[in-house]
Design a protein around this ligand. Structure first.
Ligand code: SF4
Length: 244
């Protein structure tokens, strides 16, 4: 079990199935371990009869994606409750419905881990796999969890055509992981924006990094991110995923 950043880097050197298993018992970030478990004990009133997952949340989707959706971290009462990323909260409602409209998910809803959701040509990764207070991991927590991301990216990127980064944190995490994986990244570093695009040179070919505002309630309830704006970028990701 990973108890430190060095443990994460050592234990992450494995295959994809074992990576998920090792991720799920990670305890390398003391503040996040305390938070995720406290939330799972105290619960939100609406979910008081449910058993919370309260652990790191693994990636979701196919093992050989053409589209990688990069998020931030599981939500305290979403992924940290249901055990599946973007599941059981408003953010999940938005992104899964958009993936469905673009032909990248078999259904429009993401309610609980056994609801039959299947992603098509797509995988979702959270660069920080434990729910953080206020959705804000510290730089040290980000860097510690990057060990899991760095191990996963080469395992799943052989057919990858596009990374859809939900927010500036996801954008920067993708660029960092790509650089550490030996991909060529443009200089100066491409800047995040909604609809921004940059082409990264991976060993197997070009991968487009595509930016979108995050599907957080803060963005969707204020109109900073609308359904149409999200559909435009997810549709673009779907289009890029079909490139030979
Ligand atoms: S955030 Fe990542 S590295 Fe930190 S405890 Fe959770 S899974 Fe482990």
């Amino acid at each position: 079990m990973a108890q430190s950043v060095d443990d994460v880097r050592r234990l992450a050197r494995t295959d994809l199935a074992e990576l998920d298993a090792r991720t799920c018992v990670c305890r390398a970030c003391p503040r996040l371990v305390t938070w995720r478990e406290d939330v799972a004990r105290t619960k939100r009133r609406a979910f008081r009869d449910q058993r919370y997952w309260g652990r790191p949340v693994p990636s979701l989707g196919v093992a050989d994606p053409r589209v990688l959706v990069m998020g931030l971290a599981p939500a305290a009462h979403g992924g940290n409750r249901t055990g599946r990323v973007f599941t059981g909260d408003r953010s999940g409602d938005w992104i899964v419905a958009a993936l469905h409209r673009a032909g990248l998910a078999n259904q429009a809803t993401s309610v609980h881990a056994g609801d039959g959701l299947a992603l098509l040509r797509t995988r979702i990764i959270a660069p920080v796999r434990c729910a953080p207070p206020d959705n804000k991991p510290t730089p040290s927590e980000r860097d510690t969890c990057a060990g899991w991301l760095d191990a996963e990216l080469p395992l799943v990127s052989g057919d990858l055509r596009v990374v859809l980064a939900l927010g500036a944190f996801a954008w920067a995490s993708t660029l960092g992981a790509a650089r550490r994986a030996g991909w060529s990244v443009p200089r100066p570093q491409p800047r995040f924006g909604h609809g921004a695009e940059a082409t990264l040179a991976a060993p197997h070919g070009p991968v487009v990094l595509l930016g979108s505002y995050h599907v957080s309630q803060q963005n969707t309830s204020t109109g900073r991110l609308t359904v149409r704006m999200l559909d435009d970028v997810v549709g673009r990701a779907a289009e890029l995923s079909c490139l030979p």
